[in-house]
Design a protein around this ligand. Structure first.
Ligand code: URA
Length: 260
């Protein structure tokens, strides 16, 4: 929900102050009802706002979604090899949005997409140390030694990885199922980390990123982020207090997801 004068300003009608004057003059209506007082809030998705009888829409409406990307889609806007891209999965969204960062062709799971360039920059900038969690199903010998190596850092492409959180969470037809949390975004990082300790990743799913939790979004489908998720993301990189807040929100969201 946003204030009516902000809605008008976002639609390019006037500045916020100028919009207040237009509201007072009775030139603005919400769902057919003329509004003259300040403080009215509108739902950008549902409400129909008119100015002088003509419907208006904010031009810079930001869209934030999480997609559960299946294997077999490239995380680009177009592919020169003619493969399907993640854009094919969000055709029903009327606004042009872009993937935030990448997931490999053969990786599935949480992919954030938006048209908010500032947020994309903040999430993908290494200085913000955004945490990403993956569930990896791997073959090979996983023991305490391999886990400690992965946690402390292994050398891939000649450079040691930063400390990671690594836990065994089960067994699968392939061998071991692990959860791994990293905050770097190097090319095929998780696969290469496991390779460096003699294991092969057979299935890789991103389950969390930047405090967002994939939860029950079906494979190949997307959902809009909630207002509290978007607010949490917008605080990234703003202060120490905000990263505390991000963690708090993360736990709140996790609880909510569990209860769904
Ligand atoms: N690590 C990988 O190996 N692949 C991904 O898609 C993401 C992280």
């Amino acid at each position: 929900m946003i204030r009516l004068q902000k809605y008008l300003a976002d639609a390019g009608i006037a500045s916020r102050r100028g919009s207040e004057a237009l509201i007072k003059a009775g030139r603005v209506a919400v769902n057919g009802e003329t509004i003259r007082e300040m403080g009215v809030k509108v739902d950008e998705e549902q409400d129909i706002v008119t100015f002088d009888g003509r419907e208006i829409r904010p031009q810079n409406k930001m869209v934030y979604i999480m997609l559960n990307k299946p294997i077999g889609y490239v995380t680009t806007v177009s592919d020169d090899k003619g493969r399907e891209t993640v854009m094919d999965l969000v055709r029903d969204i009327p606004v042009r949005i872009y993937p935030v960062g990448r997931l490999d062709y053969d990786t599935e799971g949480l992919l954030l997409m938006t048209n908010d360039g500032d947020l994309t920059y903040k999430i993908t900038h290494p200085k913000n140390n955004i945490e990403k969690t993956y569930v990896a199903e791997v073959t090979g010998d996983i023991n305490m030694n391999t886990i400690l190596q992965l946690r402390h850092g292994v050398v891939i492409d000649g450079v040691k990885t930063s400390p990671a959180k690594v836990e065994v969470i089960g067994a699968t037809q392939f061998g071991t199922k692990l959860e791994i949390t990293i905050h770097e975004g190097r090319n095929r990082q998780v696969r290469k980390m496991f390779e460096s300790v003699g294991c092969i990743v057979k299935r890789l799913t991103r389950t969390r990123e930047a405090g967002l939790i994939l939860g029950h979004v079906p494979l190949g489908r997307w959902r809009k982020l909630t207002e509290s998720e978007v607010n949490m993301l917008k605080k990234i990189g703003s202060s120490k207090k905000s990263s505390k807040e991000t963690r708090k929100n993360y736990h709140k969201n996790k609880k909510q997801t569990k209860n769904n």
